[in-house]
Design a protein around this ligand. Structure first.
Ligand code: SAM
Length: 473
């Protein structure tokens, strides 16, 4: 079910049952901002996590109002699947016949009614007011009729109707947890023998992720982050969890010595650095480096070990972002990892953090689940295979490649690795869970090897996949 029920919303202070009559008050601005971001996501493929902070800043929305705007935006985008199922029953018009902006107002209203503590009458009133300003008085009347019906039941009662226990499992899970059916199926397949955990996984996808920081070794310490209010994280020695507050206010983050980074992202980079290797260990590469999260950590570890990192990304502006994350010793190039500018066998360790559907990061990108379809998996497959094959040629004999995706979809993870290794002699699959255990002592539940898979519901991280492959001598 949508995650925010009874949670982070706050009671609306507006005492007039009909909602605000005037525009321009803080509460109107908060809802309007959530609506504008939701529309931008819909109409111009904006990313909510990038656009919202800018809008909040531009409009001077801070503190609790900013928290409410964030909750309304993310909650509405996440819960859309559930809300559409409810709205379809409450509307005498098919949803596809409702103007797109008005439908977004209805979704925002449904979210406030069903999943926040905002009193239903206030939620209906403010949404109707928004409908009036977006679509005019006639549509406001329609919105009022629909949302009053939505408010006639609570979320649990609606779920019993739109996702009944006797529905087929994929449909029930899809509606109840607001994930497209193809993603439910893909995640269940990826869980394999643990597919009984699917409810927990979908629920975790809908929970707001905690902000995890990385103290780039040699440049900052985890203690520095604790001193700034963060707490120790369970696995990575360089991670800290920030409960409250803006990471941008921490000196080390502002200076680029620390950064926001999911803990599994840290661990897969550390695993590449820790994978056993004989012979020289001085030249490392990250061939899909933008915007630089893993490269930032790898470059810091490389510096401590007397190695050097080359970070590449095919998109020049993303290569530019990498430059800000790494130290001066690290080379950064805009280059195609499938047609490399470096000679074969040039590196001892190579990271391929392949472009993927991002199904492992749905917690952080609330709109992502609606943006892609199953065809994306097929479209990305050839590029993922070419990048991995080229990486295997880019390491010297005996060198190690990490193949990483922020997706647990089997067709992006083990199927890619198995395909690329088919007919290719002399590549050894290292035991990725064992290597991970050497960098994160308490880590369990990432699989029996040779591949490792993180899970949001088990580890509180993104669902990151890791294969470690050593080229034969
Ligand atoms: C999953 S992201 C990498 C995230 C990054 N490693 C981090 O931790 O911040 C994948 C990146 O691969 C880049 N990419 C896509 N095709 C590429 C190619 N042919 N060669 C190099 N980079 C490519 C994309 O521009 C994107 O920045």
């Amino acid at each position: 079910m949508p995650p925010t029920r009874g949670g982070r919303g706050r009671p609306d202070r507006n005492r007039r049952p009909g909602g605000p009559r005037k525009t321009g008050r803080p509460q109107d601005l908060v809802r309007r901002t959530a609506f504008d971001v939701i529309r931008a996501v819909e109409t111009r493929d904006a990313y909510a996590n990038l656009l919202l902070p800018t809008r909040l800043r531009d409009r001077g929305i801070t503190g609790r109002d900013a928290a409410l705007a964030t909750e309304l935006t993310y909650g509405t985008l996440r819960g859309r699947g559930t809300y559409d199922a409810v709205l379809a029953l409450c509307s005498d018009r098919e949803l596809r016949r409702i103007d797109a902006p008005l439908l977004d107002v209805l979704r925002l209203g449904a979210h406030q009614i069903l999943a926040t503590r905002i009193p239903p009458h206030a939620a209906v009133g403010t949404a109707v007011e928004l409908a009036r300003s977006v679509s005019g008085p006639g549509q406001a009347k329609f919105a009022n009729a629909v949302l009053r019906k939505v408010a006639s039941r609570d979320l649990g009662a609606w779920l019993a109707i739109v996702a009944p226990a006797d529905a087929d499992a994929t449909t029930r899970l899809s509606v109840a947890h607001s994930h497209p059916k193809w993603i439910v199926s893909a995640l269940r397949d990826a869980l394999g023998p643990d597919r009984g955990e699917i409810d927990a996984l979908l629920e975790a996808d809908n929970a707001r992720p905690r902000v995890t920081l990385v103290a780039r070794p040699g440049r900052a310490t985890a203690q520095e982050l604790y001193d700034a209010g963060a707490e120790p994280a369970p696995y990575s020695p360089y991670a800290a969890v920030l409960g409250e507050g803006d990471p941008g206010h921490i000196d080390a983050v502002r200076d680029g010595r620390a950064a926001v980074q999911d803990e599994a992202s840290q661990l897969v980079a550390l695993a590449l650095a820790a994978a056993p290797l004989t012979g020289p260990d001085a030249r490392w590469a990250d061939v899909c480096a933008g915007p630089g999260g893993k490269a930032g950590l790898l470059s810091a570890v490389a510096a401590q070990r007397g190695a050097r990192l080359l970070a590449a990304d095919v998109q020049p502006h993303r290569a530019g972002l990498v430059r800000r994350a790494v130290d001066d010793r690290t080379g950064v190039v805009a280059a195609d990892g499938t047609a490399p500018a470096w000679r074969p066998g040039a590196f001892d360790r190579v990271m391929v953090d392949a472009p993927c559907t991002g199904l492992g990061a749905l917690r952080r990108r609330p709109e992502a689940r609606w943006r892609r379809g199953p065809e994306s998996v097929a479209e990305l497959g050839p590029l993922q295979r070419r990048l991995l094959a080229t990486a295997l040629e880019s390491v010297r004999p005996g060198g190690v490649v990490a193949y990483v995706t922020c997706s647990p979809h089997l067709a992006e993870t083990r199927v890619v690795v198995d395909d690329v290794l088919k007919g290719r002699d002399g590549v050894e699959r290292l035991d990725a869970p064992a290597v991970l255990a050497s960098v994160a002592a308490d880590l369990t539940g990432v699989g029996d090897g040779p591949y490792a898979q993180f899970w949001p519901h088990r580890h509180g991280t993104d669902a990151m996949f890791l294969a470690l492959l050593r080229r034969g001598d």
